[in-house]
Design a protein around this ligand. Structure first.
Ligand code: SAM
Ligand code: SF4
Length: 468
């Protein structure tokens, strides 16, 4: 079975060949301990785990090997980004969709869904709600519907949110588009374009996506090429875990990441780890290939070791304890306080009939900030790289050289201080400010220190958006 090749219009020269992945998997001999430890000792941001090595690691069952791999994944993450954990929230714009993905509550044939498409003014209200909570970055999410969620609609919403709120960066998770639509999205100020292939196996893909534009596997597989050629330096990929053998999917995501790097000099900015959740009105109620929590952890570890520069993103689909554990083994970004129904933030009422899937970790951002601090990490609301042109190949190079970290820590501390100043919760404020002070000491005599101290004083006096 061969994956469709990308069209001649793309430069990735598609890369992700199912046969290659199946061959790798069947040839992959599990590691013995000695071999595994030798490999793990050799890994670093610059010395990433190769695809054949990843296949062998995934074939290895020895828990001690995985424990060691998790420790190395954490070390690699901290070499790249330091101890900061980025927080963001999704903003669902519309649950109208003309596709029929068997796992999703937004699918066209879900007749019981209550359909909602936010107007630009309603989207601004939702963004304001998130801004009051302390978020500066949001991920706009929409179903695929020609009449309701075409690119003009999304760019209109983006412009309105930038114009009418203090939101600093808007990322987009929406259906694949032609180059000119991506260009319009970029011109409107979108940060990262995110789209999950769901499954890289063409047969499973065809089964899961029986109709609508999304039935076209190759159109989706090549969307990153179009986004990049339209000016998106940063793209986000992933596979929906649970539809197919997770090892195949993880290797395919990594192969796709390598292909993008080979073609454009940049690894995907993020790799998400969405796992199937039961959705209201979706015909699939249990994952055909369930992924256990310990397998989920292995996926996080594998992505971190194989694509060290990527933000590994764990969403509120996952339970609180697993999300916290993910932070110790390679995840670097988490969503917080998410609602998956359009308009869900405004009144706080949960509506199963308009949400995409059930969220597991329902803790509000305040609790997530507390939990991240308790674990010794620094919650970051930073949006700096996108606005300082540290994107695409520049970001990848800086991340692999350990230079992004020099910005991550001061920016995380400045945004945490801003969050502390804005919160009415005295106990949380104190915890945040203690962490800022400790982090400031960690900056030592870094070259940025004097400027950092000046910016921090501005923030503590009520200033905003100080960053490097
Ligand atoms: N409609 C666009 C698309 O499909 O790419 C973008 C938005 S879609 C709402 C975002 C992602 O949600 C999908 O790519 C899919 O991976 C994920 N998703 C859909 N149904 C899900 C479910 N039941 N459980 C977990 N994730 C799901
Ligand atoms: Fe539509 Fe996306 Fe849901 Fe599929 S996953 S039904 S394309 S919203």
């Amino acid at each position: 079975m061969t994956m469709p090749q990308s069209s001649a219009a793309t430069r990735t020269n598609l890369p992700v060949v199912a046969d290659e992945i199946f061959r790798l998997m069947s040839a992959a001999k599990p590691y013995g301990r000695r071999e595994a430890f030798a490999l793990l000792r050799s890994l670093s941001p610059r010395r990433r785990m190769t695809l054949p090595e990843t296949a062998r690691l995934l074939a290895t069952e020895d828990p001690m090997v995985w424990e060691t791999a998790a420790v190395v994944a954490r070390a690699v993450k901290e070499e790249v980004f330091g101890r900061r954990i980025v927080l963001f929230a999704p903003l669902y714009l519309s649950n109208e969709c003309s596709n029929n993905c068997l796992y999703c509550g937004f699918r066209r044939e879900n007749r019981e869904a209550r359909r909602i498409t936010l107007s630009a003014a309603q989207a601004v209200e939702e963004a304001r709600h998130l801004e009051r909570k302390g978020f500066h970055r949001i991920l706009l999410v929409a179903g695929e519907h020609q009449g309701k969620t075409a690119v003009d609609y999304i760019t209109g919403v983006i412009r309105a949110i930038y114009r009418e709120t203090g939101m600093r960066i808007l990322h987009v998770n929406a259906a694949p588009m032609p180059v000119e639509s991506f260009r319009a999205l970029k011109e409107a100020g979108a940060g990262v374009y995110q789209c999950f292939q769901e499954t890289y196996d063409p047969e499973t893909y065809a089964m899961m996506h029986p109709s609508g534009a999304k039935a076209d596997y190759a159109w989706r597989l090549t969307c990153m090429d179009r986004a990049i050629s339209a000016g998106f330096g940063d793209v986000g990929t992933g596979a929906l875990l649970g539809l197919n053998d997770y090892k195949f999917e993880v290797l395919s995501v990594i192969r796709h990441a390598e292909a993008l790097y080979e073609a454009y000099g940049a690894f995907p900015h993020t790799i998400s780890v969405p796992r199937f959740k039961r959705a209201f009105g979706a015909p699939i109620t249990v994952a055909p290939f369930p992924v256990s929590d310990s397998e989920f952890e292995r996926v996080v570890v594998a992505y971190r070791l194989a694509v060290p520069s990527a933000g590994v993103v764990v969403s509120t689909r996952e339970p609180a304890a697993l999300r916290e554990r993910s932070l110790d083994i390679g995840a670097s970004q988490i969503s917080a306080g998410s609602k998956t129904d359009p308009g869900g933030y405004g009144d706080g009422v949960r509506r199963h009939e308009s949400e995409q899937f059930e969220v597991d970790d329902t803790r509000p951002i305040e609790e997530i900030v507390r939990a991240v601090l308790r674990k010794g990490y620094i919650p970051s609301l930073c949006t700096s790289c996108y606005r300082r042109h540290r994107t695409g190949d520049t970001f990848t190079e800086m991340a692999l050289d350990g230079h992004i970290r020099d910005y991550c820590l001061p920016n995380a501390l400045l945004t945490l201080a801003e969050y502390a100043v804005g919160t009415a919760d005295a106990d949380l404020k104190r915890r945040c400010l203690d962490a800022v002070e400790a982090g400031r000491r960690d900056l030592g005599d870094s070259a940025l220190r004097p400027e950092f101290d000046r910016k921090l004083a501005v923030v503590l006096a009520g200033g905003s958006d100080e960053h490097f």
